[in-house]
Unconditional design. Structure first.
Length: 250
């Protein structure tokens, strides 16, 4: 496997052969070396910063406006999101309907990755304020809000998804945790929830309220920091911002 940034593939602690019984009762075993080869072929293990974003009131907007109108607006909003994520060194791994999953740190240190992910989160929140004031409110009488979860951890980066389509995949428990943190934004009534581990990697973290949460599917409780705003904030936007963001979104 070609490596980047002097990356060294991990050595897995496999000391015994792995055997399985086939339907015809034949027993097939793989040596530790073969198992190592299989694991390595799945991708490389890296420690990254992970960001999940979800549009909170997407469904309610669909009840008020036509599907075409809502999808059109969401596409314009996602153009802004993609720009802000890329500007902060991130990469979108997946976008699905009203949500985005992005990673940071493919070419930087972990601390830089975490800082960039939080910088991107604030840029995304600002994007929504601009979009609401410049477009959604005056033309459609709608106001969108987003919830963002940020975490960091060791994940496996591969180049194929489950359908063998060649595209980057990033999987691992930290991904699930970041997704769960995004879901917690509703319960905590805060637009940006950052894990305690990510918070302590920030270069100059601003004071933020700490909470302990029970995440769905995660055994242990987690400490998190509330670094955003309560939902339904007042939007203060200047004319320069409006012109810039309207230009970016097209």
């Amino acid at each position: 496997m070609k490596t980047q940034n002097n990356y060294t593939p991990p050595v897995f602690p496999i000391t015994q052969s792995f055997c399985t019984r086939l339907p015809d009762q034949t027993i097939v075993c793989k040596s530790p070396a073969k198992i190592q080869e299989i694991y390595t072929s799945l991708g490389e293990e890296r420690e990254l910063a992970l960001l999940f974003l979800d549009i909170q009131n997407f469904t309610s907007a669909m009840e008020i406006k036509s599907s075409y109108e809502v999808i059109y607006m969401i596409r314009k909003l996602f153009v802004l999101f993609n720009h802000s994520i890329a500007e902060n060194g991130g990469r979108i791994i997946e976008s699905n309907g009203d949500s985005i999953y992005a990673v940071f740190g493919l070419d930087t240190t972990l601390q830089k990755a975490v800082q960039s992910s939080v910088d991107a989160a604030y840029a995304l929140l600002h994007d929504v304020d601009i979009f609401n004031s410049a477009y959604a409110q005056p033309y459609f009488n709608l106001s969108y809000e987003i919830g963002i979860g940020v975490h960091n951890g060791k994940v496996v980066i591969g180049q194929y998804d489950l359908t063998n389509k060649e595209q980057m995949t990033v999987m691992g428990l930290p991904v699930n945790i970041a997704s769960r943190l995004q879901s917690e934004t509703k319960e905590l009534n805060n637009s940006l929830v950052v894990s305690e581990s990510a918070y302590h990697l920030l270069i100059s973290p601003k004071p933020a309220e700490i909470r302990t949460v029970n995440l769905k599917g995660i055994t242990n409780t987690m400490d998190v920091r509330l670094m955003g705003n309560h939902f339904h904030p007042k939007n203060l936007v200047n004319e320069m911002d409006l012109n810039y963001y309207l230009g970016v979104s097209g």
